[in-house]
Design a protein around this ligand. Structure first.
Ligand code: PEP
Ligand code: MG
Length: 569
């Protein structure tokens, strides 16, 4: 039995698929039979081509034409006569196909990377991708392709990249298990968005679990049973049935207001990453989108999304939710979310580095294109714009200035946009929380990003499972900051929401409710349970409890206080 962090609720029972995508080993060898080696290379090419065609079909269905087009570029590289000719020449000089391919690919990549033209530069990543696939087919060191699964499996991996989770075949994946990460790592957030049970931060899952092992994944407690007994399987099947029944019962909360016993109404929104996530919002009766993480539109591709592509993504979400509010956050790249084609220098501390608004204020075109797309889409619904990672007032004023410029440009071009767009910021850096009284004078709303606020307040990397115990959502310092932000926002008459993972936590919701939080935005799967919980609470009582809790000195004492109340309820 293994124990990790329960990251996405529910149970999965099934076969493990362990991802071990290690680097390919390439040796330089001399081959005697040139024709045979050429033949080996051709059949690896053919196999790679078949795979790419299949992935393209999948991508078209799951992700749409624009993302599927990446694979057209891959097919073109695969058939490039110049590339194939160079490799053949090397084989004719008695080199093995693997080495010939790798050396040729490296030469081509260097040429493309050295070009002035941005578009051509980006082709280097495509060449790398395609040659990696051919190399794996040549050496038999297969990378598991999550978009091409033929049976239902539980994925076991060191971690999953956002691009892996975006292209994978969701119908075939029963659950995720990863070595690293906590509740707020992107694999965990993605698992909840996809409503797939997950346990993360297991350290050694990929070495302890073997391919094909029968696994029970308990997304409620974080337990993993490997090759369990028949009795255990039966027990878990019962738990799984009970969980599914409970989810069904929650249907009764659909269409209801999120209101306490004594009449305080709040708004329960959903967090999304792509327009496809709208289904989850509608299924779970979200009252709006409290956070649209737009960086997912930029990931899993080789070029920047165009203004037009972004416009159509934002329009889709705004239209689907209209008249409910949709908070679209400007690009929050950096930290653990990387864009290979942006070529950001490697940093010692990416979470403290060149990311989010810091990057957008420097990369003016990226920022302006995105704001233009948002503004143009604003006439299709109720748009609110949010800036991430604000750490001082100057940054906020600069970001607002760029927005103003974009508005003026659109006006000059005679392009319409809504004249009623709220502009807000994430409060996720302690410095912003501390000066929230001043920041509040310049915005229409705050949304507290607890995922980062906790990591920066406690100085604990949110991805590092070794220090997971120190990542404390109940830390008195974190709760005091949150309380301060809510109070400062209200003093200036603006609404205060929260879009970090704490907003969907059953033990924290009552505390934030008592502190006066106006809006909670969470993984859609948590919305109906949150509504049920809120409808059982008294705001006036929790106001007092929240006050009492702020005088406690440790996380443990605060958790104990909450749990005691729950027991007595
Ligand atoms: C947060 O930091 O709480 C947040 C919602 O943003 P992200 O998880 O995307 O960093
Ligand atoms: Mg954040």
């Amino acid at each position: 039995m293994l124990k990790g962090t329960a990251a996405s609720p529910g149970y999965a029972i099934g076969k493990a698929l362990v991802l071990r995508n290690e680097a390919i080993k390439i040796e330089k060898e001399t081959v005697a039979n040139v024709e045979e080696e050429k033949e080996r290379f051709s059949s690896a090419l053919k196999k790679s081509k078949e795979e790419i065609i299949k992935i393209r079909e999948k991508a078209l269905v799951n992700l749409g034409e624009s993302k599927a087009a990446i694979f057209d570029a891959h097919l073109m590289i695969l058939e490039d006569p110049e590339l194939i000719k160079t490799i053949h020449q090397k084989i004719e000089n008695n080199y093995n196909a693997t080495f010939a391919l790798k050396e040729t690919a490296d030469e081509f990549i260097a040429i493309f990377e050295g070009m002035d033209n941005e578009y051509m530069k980006e082709r280097a990543a495509d060449i790398r991708d395609v040659t990696d696939r051919i190399l794996r087919n040549l050496t038999g060191q297969k990378a598991t392709d999550l978009s091409l699964l033929d049976e239902e499996v539980i994925i076991v991996a060191h971690d999953l990249t956002p691009s892996e989770t975006a292209t994978m075949d969701k119908d075939k994946i029963l659950g995720f298990i990863t070595n690293i990460g906590g509740r707020t790592s992107h694999t965990a957030i993605m698992a909840r968005t996809l409503e797939i049970p997950a346990v993360v931060g297991l350290n050694n899952a990929t070495s302890v679990i073997n391919d094909g092992d029968f696994i029970i994944l308990d997304g409620e407690t974080g337990k993993i049973d490997i090759n369990p007994s028949q009795d255990q399987i039966e027990e878990y099947k019962r738990l799984k049935d009970a969980y599914e029944k409970e989810r069904k019962d929650l249907e009764a909360m659909r269409g209801k207001a999120s209101i306490t016993k004594d009449g305080r109404q709040v708004e329960l929104g959903g967090n999304i990453g792509t327009p496809e996530d709208i289904n989850g919002l509608l299924r779970n009766d979200a009252e709006g989108v409290g956070l649209f993480r737009t960086e997912f539109l930029y990931m899993n591709r080789n070029t920047m999304p165009t203004e037009e592509e972004q416009f159509s993504a934002y329009k889709k979400v705004l239209e689907a939710m209209n008249p409910k509010p949709v908070v679209i956050r400007t690009l929050d790249i950096g930290g653990d979310k990387n864009l290979p084609y942006l070529k950001i220098d490697e940093e010692m501390n990416p979470f403290l580095g060149y990311r989010a608004i810091r990057l957008c204020l420097k990369e003016n075109k990226i920022f302006k294109d995105q704001l233009r797309a948002m503004l143009r889409a604003s006439i299709y619904g109720n748009l609110k714009i949010m800036f991430p990672m604000i750490s001082n007032l100057k940054e906020l004023l600069e970001a607002k200035k760029v927005l103003q410029e974009v508005m003026e440009e659109l006006n000059q071009e005679g392009i319409r946009f809504s004249d009623d767009i709220e502009v807000g910021i994430m409060i996720e850096v302690p410095s912003a929380a501390i000066i929230s009284d001043m920041l509040a004078k310049h915005v229409d709303f705050f949304s507290i990003g607890t995922n980062d606020l906790i990591q920066y307040t406690c100085a604990v990397d949110r991805m590092n499972e070794k220090i997971h115990d120190l990542y404390q959502p109940f830390h008195p310092a974190v709760l005091r900051l949150i309380q301060m932000v809510i109070e400062n926002g209200h003093k200036e008459g603006i609404w205060v929401g929260m879009c970090g993972e704490s907003a969907g936590d059953q033990r924290l919701i009552p505390i934030f409710l008592g502190m006066g939080l106006d809006e909670f935005s969470m993984s859609p799967i948590s919305i109906l349970p949150a509504r049920k919980l809120i409808s059982s609470l008294s705001y006036e009582e929790w106001k007092k409890h929240a006050e009492n809790m702020l005088s406690l000195s440790t996380s443990e004492e605060i958790i104990e206080y909450v749990d005691r109340l729950k027991l007595n309820a």
